[in-house]
Design a protein around this ligand. Structure first.
Ligand code: GDP
Length: 191
């Protein structure tokens, strides 16, 4: 799939001029966000798989086939971050979610092996307050058996308070879930 890095931005004035529908990706550091974006695009290294968690501090825009823009939002939950860094991260994301007309949906990524963290819950709350259409994807399913997957889906659904049918299951290692996710992304993007 043809995908091109467009630019990085922190402030609204730096967002690319574009009419493409945008899908934003967010999740805690190390959840597998870069791997998921690369896997959805069938690319090995378009988005750097972070050796050092929490390094990305900017919004990164990728033009996919001139049809849709993927926006990689900076990850959260990295312990060694100062209060002021956290505040500027929050401001950056809040501005993007509230001001960007191109934004069609946000993909929130959770690790299927873990219950959502407080920050995951905050993020979900924010997405709901800003009325951002949200797809929750549970990734790293290849690490669990089918029984364990079913159990985790149930537990996470309970914790998040949404119906378990609304989750997408994914593995960046096997590509499992790719077709379903793409179908949903195309649909929310109006393609
Ligand atoms: P990011 O910080 O959210 O961008 O996370 P990365 O994409 O850098 O992934 C963090 C780690 O999890 C890396 O070691 C990846 O190889 C691994 N990882 C990511 N996705 C998967 C997955 O679906 N299955 C497995 N088994 N490992 C994964």
């Amino acid at each position: 799939m043809n995908a091109e890095f467009v630019k990085s931005a922190v402030f609204e004035k730096d967002y690319p001029e574009s009419a493409l529908p945008e899908i934003a990706f967010v999740g805690r550091s190390n959840v597998g966000k870069s791997s998921m974006i690369n896997s959805l695009l069938g690319r090995k290294k378009l988005v750097k798989v972070s050796a050092k968690p929490g390094k990305t501090r900017t919004l990164n825009f990728f033009n996919i086939e001139n049809e849709i823009m993927f926006v990689d939002l900076p990850g959260y939950g990295f312990a060694a971050v100062s209060k002021s860094e956290r505040a500027s991260w929050a401001k950056c994301i809040e501005t993007y979610l509230t001001k960007r007309d191109n934004l069609k949906a946000c993909v929130l990524i959770l690790d299927i092996r873990r219950l959502p963290s407080e920050e995951d819950m905050d993020m979900l709350g924010w997405l709901s307050e800003t009325e951002t259409h949200t797809l929750v994807i549970l990734t790293k399913t290849d690490k669990l058996s089918n029984n364990q997957i079913a159990k985790q889906v149930r537990l996470i659904a309970e914790e998040v308070g949404i119906d378990k049918e609304h989750f997408f299951l994914y593995s960046s290692v096997t590509g499992h879930g790719k077709d379903n996710v793409w179908e949903a992304l195309r649909s929310v993007a109006g393609l």
